[in-house]
Design a protein around this ligand. Structure first.
Ligand code: NAD
Length: 466
């Protein structure tokens, strides 16, 4: 069993919890269940490590680059662990360590700015950026490593230290990441503890950390905002989404649909920033559905350790049940499965890539984040109608518009109420570009300079002269 990383040591726990392999539905490994004392130790270690860590800008930069190399060296082991605990096919799992290394390298090269506001005979006044201290980082199961590094890299670059808690569904790859980090970074700078939602609540409720960086569901995000607010902790929330993609009448379906299909079924549809509702103009609807069905037929579904598989199982039993229920309910209410529509059967949580037609707002599969390989295709009359319906949601993560006239497509994209609006692509996330949601999809951003500054707070330094 992998251990937690606390104050530079690999730590066992008094008790453990089972981690299920979604390809079999069976317990594949045990993970440590962090005790309240161990949580205290992790936070205390992070606080103690901060004094030296925050003072060594050059060292922080160098160590982030070293960590990027170490993650690439461990790519295979990390990918195998990801597949075991999340059911990601080998190719998707191998991609996640690469994302981590890319992010670490870009963030290592970022600078914390100092801004001179006044420099004259009367005074020199500067705004400098101070680290916040200990950061509580909490991550979901769909991209355990990438979501962790998106927090760790900027938090450390800015001089903070971290206590990281991954999802109880996928703790193993993060425990391994903790061991890799522990070989390179000073003791206490990053601590990894594992347990359920209750441990997350205890970490958020701990008085020492000054910043919470959370990726996960909107429901948990609201809970966390309340708890963090009670202690005035700084907060970044990356939450759920129900992204709309609008296909304009002049869309080139031969390029747009394969692209959208690859995105929507990526990671079995279990990613935040994916197209989850497709709006197609009346006159192109039948043609578009045919193209989506053909694209879905090209996806090979099967056990994730088979190198030729494009889509593995859903990652968790509750998610598998939810996708089954959402689809069954939609079909009972009049939707049609143009392809797919059911679980594949046998061991594990395999589900067919599904295209739903005859769907409408008011069906949960349209209104809620389905987070699975089920894609509703909706008709619209005119573009204003499509924009109104795309925006008629509490979510606001990403959105996209697909068309041949880029100026028109951009005008429509700018009407979408979401944090990142794309034209002819969707969810293209990059380390130097800010990313975050509006409405219930989040507070603040990750990535880019704005994401880095979210791990700092401004301090005005005013030197009176004369
Ligand atoms: P989840 O909210 O159930 O759990 C996420 C993490 O929070 C886990 O570590 C969990 O143990 C912990 N947690 C749960 N309740 C908590 C509480 N009250 N206090 C403290 N910690 C708590 O989410 P999930 O099911 O693991 O992940 C799927 C969700 O994450 C989807 O909604 C998806 O859209 C979202 N997500 C968003 C982004 C983004 O960048 N916006 C990225 C990936 C996933």
């Amino acid at each position: 069993m992998a251990g937690m990383t606390i104050n530079g040591s690999t730590v066992e726990a008094k008790s453990t919890f089972g981690v299920i392999n979604p390809a079999t539905g069976l317990v594949a490994a045990e993970a440590p269940l962090c005790t309240p004392e161990q949580l205290n130790d992790a936070v205390a270690a992070a606080a103690a490590a901060g004094t030296v860590w925050r003072a060594d800008d050059e060292g922080r930069q160098r160590l982030l680059l070293t960590l990027a190399d170490a993650i690439i060296d461990a790519q295979q082991e990390l990918a195998t662990t990801l597949t075991l605990e999340s059911g990601k096919p080998a190719s998707v799992a191998a991609f996640e360590p690469v994302v981590c290394a890319t992010w670490l390298r870009v963030v290592a090269g970022m600078r914390i700015p100092r801004e001179v506001l006044q420099d004259d005979a009367a005074a020199r006044i500067e705004v400098v950026r101070r680290p916040l201290g200990v950061v509580s980082a909490i991550t979901p199961w769909n991209f355990p490593l990438a979501t962790a590094i998106w927090k760790i890299a900027p938090a450390l670059r800015a001089g903070n230290t971290v206590v990281l808690k991954p999802s109880p569904f996928t703790p193993l790859s993060t425990l391994l990441l903790g061991e890799i980090i522990n070989r390179l970074l000073p003791a206490g700078v990053v601590n990894v503890i594992t347990g359920g939602d209750q441990l997350g609540r205890a970490l958020i409720g701990h008085p020492v950390p000054r910043k919470v960086s959370f990726t996960g569901s909107t429901e948990a995000g609201k809970d966390i905002a309340r708890a963090a607010g009670a202690d005035l902790k700084r907060l970044t929330l990356e939450l759920g989404g129900n992204d709309a993609a609008i296909l304009l009448p002049d869309v080139d379906l031969s390029t747009a649909v394969p692209h959208l299909s690859a995105l929507s079924f990526f990671n079995s549809g279990q990613a935040c920033a994916l197209p989850k509702r497709i709006y197609v103009s009346d006159d192109r609807y039948d043609e578009a559905v045919e193209a989506f069905v053909a694209a879905a037929a090209g996806i090979k579904v099967g056990p994730p350790d088979d190198q030729s598989v494009g889509m593995g199982p859903l990652s968790t039993a509750p998610q598998f049940e939810r996708v089954r229920e959402l689809t069954a309910k939609a079909v009972a209410d009049g939707a049609k499965a143009a392809t797919g529509g059911k679980a594949i059967g046998g061991a594990g949580y395999l589900y067919e890539p599904t295209i739903l037609t005859d769907v409408r707002e008011g069906m949960a599969v349209v209104d809620e984040e389905q987070f699975g390989p089920v894609l509703p295709i909706l008709r619209y009359g005119d573009v204003d109608d499509a924009v109104r319906r795309a925006n008629d949601t509490t979510f606001g993560l990403c959105g996209s518009v697909w068309g041949s006239d880029l100026d028109i497509a951009q005008t429509v994209a700018e009407r979408l109420e979401c944090g990142n609006a794309f034209v002819n692509t969707h969810g293209a996330l990059l380390p130097h570009i800010p990313y975050g949601g509006s409405k219930w999809s989040g507070i603040g951003v990750e990535n880019g300079q704005e994401g880095l500054l979210a791990f700092t707070e401004p301090q005005v330094v005013h030197i009176a002269r004369g």
